[in-house]
Design a protein around this ligand. Structure first.
Ligand code: C2O
Ligand code: CU
Ligand code: CU
Length: 489
């Protein structure tokens, strides 16, 4: 039911913007102070040409992002180097698109870590402006978290430490530079970071080439095939091209067996509901690791930054079958069952045992909502201020946060909520059980307009300042919907 209400909210927004057409839409040329509400229900006067790139569906093969090789393997850590640099990348066939990248690829290289083994990444900034990296979902020390004001200057480099003391899961890294992260991430500063747990090998889930990270996002292109970024226009009516691992509506040949797809919605703003034409997607993992038990889905809602690991059994379909993963925006990727492959995987009925939650010592309320003048999006009635600590948490304690989206105006404005440093469990949604797929660890939750979500987290072993925010990136980076907590001894 919640999913349905959420879809209705999206529908309202999409309809409001949809009348403006695809080819050209008026966007606000005003300063951010005028634009928060406009972003959702009104438009200014500037015109930018966005075109449908016109790539025939399923004409490009979907790539799998390359895996980054360590430059050094120390006794206690794998060491990597990754450059932040501009690059001309091929997204549309035969077109060079200017992008901002980690390592030169539009979808950055995948870093593969192991539970309990440290990863050190030396990021070198070869962009001509400050940038950084945030390991989304990572339990990391504050100075390696990519705090928005803790950036790497052009030409400089910085070593980040990722301890990987958390369950195996699908994380991603992306820029978090204050006020710039929305544009930076939109232009390509994003990649996968997978934590593998050797204790999970005995589960015999699909692995190796049958374990595929799948980054899905939207984008807008101009006539020259360049990415168009405009924080002040409605992304639902302007970013109409979907990319799967950085290519528009590709196909992906598969064998007739089970595959694991680690689906990430890397869109700045758009929530997707994915469907496989009624075919089952067995969800085995969420943001923070394996679910206690697989959940059968035919529909999968992911708001920006959320992940879902699903197993699709192509062995149930004859060679020659083509299955389309689609969404509100049309087809995303087509899976073509092209060959016989030996099946050696399974999906056990029990995947993980989640520890009992320690009792919470504190309950807090967090409110997401428009500023009184409807010019900004705020958390608890305040804009982000790096000099103000909004919440102080004692290290190692457990808390329950009730997050409420009060923006039921304009047909409802959707938000989600992401907490750095920790993974949490979803306790309830307005007292009702969490959504399917929310039975495990999460770090980002969708919060439909006018609803609330209660989450419970234990604030581990690091101290310092960490942000929490709506992960609709224009909201957090341009419209101030971010706040911070300080973890104290
Ligand atoms: Cu995906 Cu503040 O992060
Ligand atoms: Cu994060
Ligand atoms: Cu928001």
């Amino acid at each position: 039911m919640l999913e349905r209400r959420h879809l209705l909210a999206i529908g309202t927004l999409a309809a409001a913007g949809g009348t403006l057409g695809v080819k050209a839409w008026p966007a606000s040329a005003e300063k951010p102070a005028k634009a928060a509400a406009n972003h959702h229900h009104n438009h200014g006067s500037r015109t930018t040409d966005i075109v449908d790139p016109g790539v025939p569906p399923f004409s490009i093969r979907m790539p799998v992002p390359r895996v980054l090789r360590p430059v050094q393997q120390r006794a206690d850590a794998d060491v990597y180097e990754l450059e932040l640099k501009p690059a001309n990348v091929e997204i549309l066939p035969g077109v060079r698109t200017a992008a901002l990248t980690y390592g030169g690829d539009f979808v950055g290289p995948t870093i593969k870590a192991k539970v309990g083994r440290k990863v050190l990444v030396k990021y070198r900034n070869r962009l001509d402006h400050p940038a950084n990296a945030h390991l989304h979902g990572g339990h990391v020390p504050a100075d390696s978290d990519g705090y928005p004001l803790d950036v790497i200057s052009p030409g400089a480099s910085r070593l980040y430490t990722y301890p990987n003391n958390q369950p195996g899961t699908t994380l991603w890294y992306h820029d978090h530079t204050h006020h710039m992260e929305a544009e930076h991430v939109y232009r390509g500063l994003h990649g996968f970071y997978l934590i593998e747990d050797p204790r999970e090998y005995k589960l015999n889930l699909p692995c190796g080439e049958f374990d595929v990270p799948l980054m899905i996002r939207d984008a807008a292109f101009d006539e020259a095939g360049q990415l168009v970024f405009d924080a002040y226009s409605d992304p639902y009516s302007t970013r109409l091209t979907t990319l799967a691992n950085g290519r528009p509506q590709p196909y992906f040949p598969v064998g007739n067996r089970r595959y694991r797809f680690r689906i990430l919605n890397a869109s700045n703003h758009r929530s997707f509901t994915f469907r496989l034409g009624g075919v089952e997607m067995l969800q085995i993992g969420s943001d923070g690791g394996l679910l206690p038990a697989p959940v059968s889905r035919t529909e999968l809602l992911l708001s920006p930054a959320e992940r879902a690991d699903v197993v699709i059994d192509f062995g149930k379909h004859p060679i020659g079958t083509k299955l389309v993963l689609d969404s509100e925006l049309g087809p995303i990727v087509r899976f073509d069952v092209t060959r016989r492959v030996r099946e050696d995987s399974q999906v056990p009925a029990v995947l993980a045992t989640l520890p009992a939650l320690p009792p919470a010592t504190k309950e807090r309320q967090v409110t997401l909502g428009l500023s009184p003048d409807q010019q900004w999006f705020w958390i608890d009635g305040k804009p982000f201020d790096e000099n103000r600590v909004d919440i102080t948490v004692k290290r190692g304690t457990t808390e329950i946060w009730k997050i409420t989206n009060v923006d039921d105006v304009f047909g409802g404005i959707e938000h989600n909520f992401h907490l750095h440093l920790v993974r949490f469990r979803v306790l309830d949604r307005d007292g009702a059980p969490p959504l399917p797929g929310e039975s495990g660890w999460k770090d980002t939750v969708v919060i439909p307009a006018g609803t609330s979500v209660r989450v419970q987290a234990t604030f581990g072993d690091y101290t310092g300042k960490y942000v929490y925010h709506c992960h609709l990136m224009e909201h957090s980076s341009v419209f101030q919907m971010m706040a911070q907590m300080e973890i104290v001894p």
